[in-house]
Write a protein that binds this ligand. Structure first.
Ligand SMILES: Nc1nc2c(c(=O)[nH]1)N[C@H]1C(S)=C(S)[C@@H](COP(=O)(O)OP(=O)(O)OC[C@H]3O[C@@H](n4cnc5c(=O)[nH]c(N)nc54)[C@H](O)[C@@H]3O)O[C@H]1N2
Ligand SMILES: Nc1nc2c(c(=O)[nH]1)N[C@H]1C(S)=C(S)[C@@H](COP(=O)(O)OP(=O)(O)OC[C@H]3O[C@@H](n4cnc5c(=O)[nH]c(N)nc54)[C@H](O)[C@@H]3O)O[C@H]1N2
Ligand code: SF4
Ligand SMILES: [Mo]
Length: 745
């Protein structure tokens, strides 16, 4: 039997990566014995809530029997998913009853052993340790790192408590690893962080262009919406790998990694040369086009071919598709955002949409697809880099407004924005930050350059981790662990990629003494001695009402939403939703896109063309490290660091369980690497062991490793986009060789 046969058992996985779910699998999804359901829900029946994994925001119907949440199914009526869910959604209840759920607070004693303690003692340790660090080293010596996976009300409570109540200045989120580039690009180009689309646009376009997005794996239900497009659209996928999405494309543009900016400028240049631009739209609604046109002149077909590997014929073809399309939509995800020149690349996409007038109409737009279930909530309400409601910490009028609405003294609102994530990490290294509170993220697996990062975390005087599980790589390093309730065990709202606010609900009790993040924040406020500041913040719905007021007059104004019941009745509500819109028939539409009137959120209402010279790759391949390492999502069944999806036997069957590296057969042959061989992958920062998977879907000279394995980020590079400060996870240089007996296990 050839070695290749050991991969036969992977094959179903390989093809199931698309997220297509068989009936067999649905039946395996046994009934769950979860905790008691709160009395306000009918004992038998169903209740709808938004999925707690990705930013698609599918609506799931949770089935209740005998006061137990027994199963769930996708909501057939919902405008987002229309009865569909991916494997993670179907299995969303399973991680709640995992045996390693945190059931009590844990405190590491002097011997270094985690011991269960009461909440009272845990809160006392939290308050006394952090206060003493702040007294010794100043208020900014304690920081927090949060998440895009808790409710908006919880994020807002955390951000307000930390910054207004506890005097913390620096707090950022894992959304920095994910969405910061899109946020910065939109703010600079449109005047506000505003993804303009609605999912209906997937079905209305006649040309769709996906840049650095593996939609089929990372957003399987959005992908279903593309497949439901009745116009037989051209689908152009720009990705160095022939992903599942690229395989289904009418045109796969397999460019060199991180050459997108050159490619997009080349397309812009060709559009201008051919006169294939919408001058009327440009003149009426944008600024700086002429300077942009001049900038892209040097991006000739020859230059593009040399830098990107895309030949003039293909360049011409895609440019022609854009020109001939009546409704062209541009979509991008992490292949763009996670790059050292990501902001300008995202803006190069925005520029193409603006110059061809593909904006504000059905089936058009420059559309960033976000990642986590509530990354969009964190963009508006986490109070980290923006002041609550998309306001600016640096703007005194904004500080006054927020202070008045919240009845928080204005002096308690910091007049500086938080340091970005990587500077918080540097702050720890430089002994400026001594205490860290990590909520709902697992950076000891997911942050770049792990070997150094873990050492840095080890320098902290006090690390608090608040998570569903005390078993995550990060929680294991903590001095104090808070057991958090999960999605399904609490109420609140999420905002999905198309700006739709949806509900999450409590359908099970948290295990043991675990508390909702919201309750933990309220208890900390009391323990810290600033509880008075948050008297009005006494329930998620009460916080939602406060957040509504904060958005008044902002582009994200949601003052027209009456209450949670209104969100429920309407199948979610997209922002903005002003009082005027609420009273108007157009406000009732389930598919609302931005910029229909051509007015943007800049001072003069015009969108701005941003552009810049191409930057050199921070770590190009060398003789010693000849391969470019790409990382990303492996399958529809795996979620990030696998703390949740790893708990489902069904999901585990749908993806490889040990680390593998995808490599082109040609490269393997040259190096004498046979299929399924054990190899060592080495970068300047670390070396790891993996099984090789030979596949022509990866170009010669590149390799790909999914992010779901805890060693992947030992290889990745600490390099950041200068505007968004987002890490460049998707390119560093590595070597791959056969593992020897003496290599690391
Ligand atoms: N199943 C599953 N779904 C998820 C998640 C998950 O963990 N599992 N996570 C969610 C989150 S938080 C996010 S942010 C999204 C991410 O969603 P995506 O961004 O779609 O997923 P990735 O696999 O990270 O990256 C997308 C593609 O970028 C390509 N790429 C790498 N370098 C370049 C480049 O230089 N140029 C171009 N054009 N492409 C490049 C990679 O080959 C990869 O196919 O997924 C969300 N959905
Ligand atoms: N190499 C590489 N690395 C990457 C990426 C990549 O493409 N390549 N992508 C990056 C991106 S886009 C992202 S978004 C990050 C994701 O990285 P992480 O945020 O580290 O990933 P998760 O596994 O989602 O971690 C979420 C944690 O929150 C916990 N949790 C879940 N629900 C709750 C809750 O309600 N309350 C609390 N308190 N805890 C909860 C989970 O148990 C888990 O430990 O990874 C980044 N890392
Ligand atoms: S596509 Fe995303 S939101 Fe929908 S079921 Fe899957 S993980 Fe949940
Ligand atoms: Mo993400």
């Amino acid at each position: 039997m050839s070695e290749n046969h050991s991969f036969l058992n992977w094959l179903p996985t390989w093809f199931d990566r698309t997220g297509a779910l068989t009936q067999d699998l649905v039946q395996q999804s046994a009934e769950f014995g979860l905790g008691k359901v709160p009395a306000r829900l009918a004992p038998d029946g169903v209740t709808n809530m938004t999925c707690g994994y990705c930013s698609t925001g599918c609506s799931l119907r949770v089935h209740l029997r005998g006061q137990q949440a027994v199963n769930l199914s996708p909501d057939p009526q919902h405008p987002v998913n229309r009865g569909m869910a991916c494997p993670k959604g179907w299995e969303a209840l399973t991680p709640l009853r995992a045996p390693d759920r945190g059931t009590e607070p844990l405190f590491r004693n002097k011997a270094g052993v985690f011991k269960a303690v009461s909440w009272e003692q845990a809160l006392h340790e939290f308050t006394s340790r952090f206060k003493s660090i702040q007294q010794q080293f100043g208020p900014a010596s304690v920081a927090f790192l949060s998440t895009g996976q808790i409710a908006s009300e919880e994020m807002a409570m955390l951000g307000a408590l930390a910054k207004f109540g506890m005097g913390i200045v620096h707090g950022d989120g894992n959304t920095r690893q994910c969405m910061a580039t899109a946020v910065t690009a939109y703010k600079q180009s449109f005047g506000f962080d505003a993804p303009p689309y609605t999912y209906q646009d997937f079905e209305e376009s006649d040309v769709l262009i996906l840049v650095g997005s593996n939609l089929c794996v990372a957003h399987p239900i959005m992908w279903q919406r593309v497949l439901a497009n009745p116009y037989h659209p051209h689908l152009i996928v720009i990705d160095p790998r022939k992903t599942e999405t690229a395989m289904a494309a009418t045109e796969h543009v397999a460019n060199k990694p991180k050459s997108d900016l050159t490619l997009l400028y080349g397309i812009a240049n060709l559009l201008i040369e051919r006169g294939w631009i919408n001058r009327e739209y440009i003149d009426a609604h944008t600024n700086e086009f002429d300077a942009f046109a001049q900038h892209v002149q040097s991006f000739t077909e020859d230059l593009v071919e040399k830098q990107t590997g895309i030949d003039p014929k293909q360049l011409e073809r895609i440019t022609r598709f854009i020109h001939e399309g009546k409704r062209v939509s541009f979509w991008w995800t992490m292949g763009v955002n996670q790059s050292y020149q990501g902001t300008r690349t995202a803006q190069a996409i925005i520029n193409l949409a603006l110059m061809t007038g593909n904006m504000g109409r059905p089936g058009t737009g420059a559309n960033s697809i976000t990642g986590q279930c509530n990354a969009m909530g964190s963009r508006l309400f986490s109070n980290t880099t923006n002041l609550l409601g998309g306001h600016d910490f640096l703007n005194p009028t904004h500080r006054d407004k927020v202070s008045q609405i919240l009845q928080v003294p204005v002096e308690c609102i910091p007049s500086e924005a938080s340091l970005p994530y990587h500077q918080i990490v540097e702050g720890i290294l430089r002994d400026k930050i001594k205490g860290l509170w990590i909520i709902g993220t697992n950076p000891a697996h997911s942050w770049i350059n792990q070997n150094v990062y873990r050492e840095i975390l080890g320098r902290l005087e006090f690390l608090v981790v608040q998570d569903m599980y005390p078993t995550t790589e990060t929680a294991k390093m903590a001095n104090l662990y808070f057991p958090a309730a999960a999605w399904g065990e609490k109420d609140g709202t999420f905002i999905n990629s198309e700006r739709r606010i949806g509900l999450i609900k409590k359908v099970a009790d948290p295990p043991g003494q675990a508390l909702t993040d919201f309750q933990i924040f309220c208890d900390i406020a009391e323990s810290w001695g600033c509880g008075k500041m948050f008297r009005q913040w006494n329930s998620p719905q009460a916080v939602f009402d406060i957040l509504k007021l904060v958005t008044e007059g902002q582009p994200c104004d949601i003052t027209g939403i009456r209450d949670y019941a209104m969100i429920e009745a309407r199948g979610g509500i997209q922002w903005p939703f002003t009082q005027l819109e609420a009273s108007h028939a157009s406000g009732c539409s389930q598919q609302r896109r931005l910029f229909e009137n051509g007015r943007f959120y800049t001072q003069d209402g015009r969108a701005l063309f941003h552009f810049e010279a191409i930057r050199p790759q921070p770590e190009p391949p060398t003789e010693r490290f000849p391969f470019t390492l790409l990382t990303g999502r492996g399958s529809a069944a795996e979620w990030h660091t696998q703390t949740r999806t790893g708990k489902s036997a069904i999901l585990r069957k749908l993806s490889p369980q040990s680390i593998y590296v995808e490599m082109n057969p040609q490269d393997a042959k040259q190096r004498g690497i046979r299929p399924a061989a054990e190899v060592v992958v080495e970068s300047q920062r670390g070396k790891i062991r993996a099984k090789v998977f030979l596949t022509p879907t990866i170009q010669p000279g590149h390799v790909f490793i999914p992010m779901h394995f805890d060693t992947t980020n030992q290889l990745t590079l600490s390099h950041f986009d200068p505007y968004s400060h987002q890490p460049s996870y998707k390119n560093c240089s590595v070597d791959v060789r056969l593992a020897e007996a003496w290599d690391i296990p």
